[in-house]
Ligand binder design. Structure first.
Ligand SMILES: Nc1ncnc2c1ncn2[C@@H]1O[C@H](COP(=O)(O)OP(=O)(O)OP(=O)(O)O)[C@@H](O)[C@H]1O
Ligand SMILES: [Mg+2]
Length: 319
């Protein structure tokens, strides 16, 4: 893995023009996005790029419509920013932006749609069911069995998720997830968890995640100091190839662009199961994509400049 083809930062600073860093937004991940955006902005300014902050609010259409920028770095996590909405506005305005286009963004923000797409392409993903009513919980137990993990379909950062080991835990889990819209139940996978970041056509080193929590929840992601990030992840060459092939196929099937992160688990049968794909992963100094990039020899600043570089290329149609 090498990134010798990186443009010098002075070249990027000259070519990029004015860069708007979109952050904040109105999703449940607003705070994380403000942190990601601030780190990215600092890296750009330090590299001499003419970059500025845009704290995206409800009036996003007006804000983007009056944007005086040559390109956009989109650091909006979650609904509104990662789901195709902002991408559609920027497409209409003909402002180049980092990350996936409308279609891939909207599909991957929706865990049900993502899983249907994966299954259609013979990519393993845990069994699942949409839960429309509380009664559906019992159907999920019958169809999938316990334990289950109950999730909002369109959320990130583990918000609104819980594990249900027993039938009587399902009601609370369902009600919690329902606060964030559509809900799904997924088969609980017992096994190791991996996350794989990718940048352009390179799959970055996988990270193995270990937490003493029941799962990698919001607290384990952003607050706890007992979460372990293992990179290199300890898989042998054959397993790593399998993992990377699944990630490459997932990127392709979902139609993602520029960069992202795929979350997977290794089940007891030794099969990788794709949990989900993220098109605008966290970019704080503790986040997973910068961690994987560092392992591949790319500093945080080089990673951010690479994202800008990707927006300098002519647009590929239909992304
Ligand atoms: N089927 C499963 N079995 C066991 N644990 C799971 C399963 N699905 C998710 N988890 C755990 O819950 C965590 C969050 O799940 P998931 O990645 O689906 O949610 P998310 O909120 O979209 O996350 P992100 O912050 O990566 O966007 C995973 O990192 C994993 O620890
Ligand atoms: Mg995840």
């Amino acid at each position: 893995m090498s990134f010798d083809h990186l443009l010098p930062s002075s070249d990027i600073a000259t070519k990029s023009g004015r860069v708007a860093v979109l952050m904040g937004g109105t999703s449940a991940e607003r705070e994380v996005s403000l942190t990601s955006g601030s780190f990215v902005l600092k890296a750009l300014v330090d590299a001499g790029v003419d970059a500025f902050k845009v704290d995206v609010q409800k009036n996003v259409l007006d804000q983007l419509g009056s944007l005086k920028a040559d390109r956009v770095i989109n650091m909006l996590h979650g609904r509104g920013g990662e789901d195709g909405e902002v991408q559609a506005i920027l497409d209409v305005l003909k402002i180049p932006y980092t990350g996936s286009g409308v279609k891939a963004s909207s599909v991957t923000m929706d865990k049900l749609m993502t899983k249907r797409l994966l299954l259609g392409s013979q990519i393993n993903t845990p069994e699942f069911m949409q839960l429309k009513t509380l009664e559906d919980c019992l159907k999920a137990i019958k169809a999938i069995g316990l334990p289950l993990i109950i999730k909002p379909v369109n959320e990130g950062s583990s918000i609104g998720m819980s594990k249900a080991e027993k039938a009587d835990e399902l009601e609370a889990a369902f009600l919690l997830a329902s606060r964030y819209g559509t809900v799904m139940a997924e088969q609980w996978v017992t096994g190791s968890e991996y996350t794989v970041a990718w940048l352009e056509d390179t799959v970055l080193p996988a990270i193995k995640l270990e937490t003493p929590h029941v799962f990698y929840d919001y607290d384990a992601k952003y607050k706890a100091n007992d979460t372990r990030y293992i990179c290199p992840c300890g898989l042998d060459e054959k397993q790593l190839k399998k993992l990377n092939d699944i990630v490459t196929k997932t990127i392709d099937v979902c139609g993602m662009r520029h960069w992202g992160r795929v979350d997977l688990m290794l089940n007891q049968q030794g099969d990788f199961q794709v949990i989900e794909a993220n098109t605008i992963p966290g970019m704080t100094d503790h986040s997973l994509v910068p961690m994987a990039a560092k392992q591949a020899g790319l500093s945080f600043q080089q990673l951010v400049l690479k994202l800008i570089e990707l927006t300098l290329k002519p647009e590929v149609a239909d992304v």
